[in-house]
Design a protein around this ligand. Structure first.
Ligand code: TYD
Length: 213
């Protein structure tokens, strides 16, 4: 079966394993498909986004609204300069984090008002499929701490309660949009390969078609 020219986003709280699975999905999509796959991410996955990512992740004590608009400024450039050109030229796009991150983190995590209304005015293109890697926040935080380095950035240090709010919102979004979301449980003992196998079987079970073809 061929899955042509798809726009797939990967979502989940910090430490759920997005990057690993995104890499595997890209390899798989390219192998089952006749077209190339662009792997990208937010915040910062485009030429102007490197600078924006640095600003966003710096601990500047921004107001919630300022932070929201920084994420949106990043997304606007990312969509215009990278995601849409790739989709229109027939490539698949696999993006770690996208609009659902803003709803889960800014609206529910930080309680900023009117996030959904502002997002709807932005008219960002909707993904064909969103893979939600659903992990228990306690386990996710343990993983993030084990990762070490700079990864315990200001978002990751928000703590378990914050991550629980974010996770709950992701689950609500998945329940409200079952045809777009593929929810994959990330359990402590599951290997990366087990999780990947579940994702592929979930993708194969969908009748996906791309709006940009
Ligand atoms: P990311 O680099 O994906 O972190 P990680 O790999 O640890 O999951 O994203 C950095 C942080 O930005 C992450 O904590 C989630 C946050 N974020 C938002 O709060 N809103 C958004 O719209 C996006 C895209 C990310």
């Amino acid at each position: 079966m061929k899955y042509e020219n798809l726009f797939i986003t990967i979502e989940g709280i910090d430490g759920c394993g997005k990057s690993t699975q995104s890499e595997r999905i890209c390899e798989w999509l390219t192998s089952v498909n006749a077209c190339e796959t662009l792997r990208t991410f937010e915040p910062g996955g485009w030429s102007g986004g490197k600078f924006l990512r640095e600003v966003i992740l710096r601990d500047e004590n921004f107001s919630g609204m300022s932070e929201l608009f920084l994420f949106l400024a990043d997304r606007a450039g990312h969509v215009e300069k990278k995601i849409l050109p790739a989709l229109k030229s027939g490539k698949n796009v696999v993006c770690e984090r996208y609009v659902d991150s803003t709803i889960a983190y800014q609206a529910s995590g930080h309680g900023i008002e009117n996030v959904r209304e502002i997002l709807s005015a932005c008219k960002f293109p909707e993904p064909d499929l969103t893979v939600l890697l659903d992990i228990d926040p306690e386990l996710a935080i343990k993983r993030v701490k084990n990762r070490g380095g700079n990864s315990a950035d200001k978002f990751e240090s928000e703590g378990v309660k914050f991550m629980c709010r974010v996770r709950d919102e992701y689950l609500k979004l998945a329940n409200a949009n079952p045809s777009r979301f593929l929810k994959i449980p990330v359990l402590e003992n599951a290997s990366e390969s087990d999780i990947f196998a579940q994702i592929i079987s979930g993708i194969k079970g969908r009748n996906l078609s791309c709006q940009f073809r």
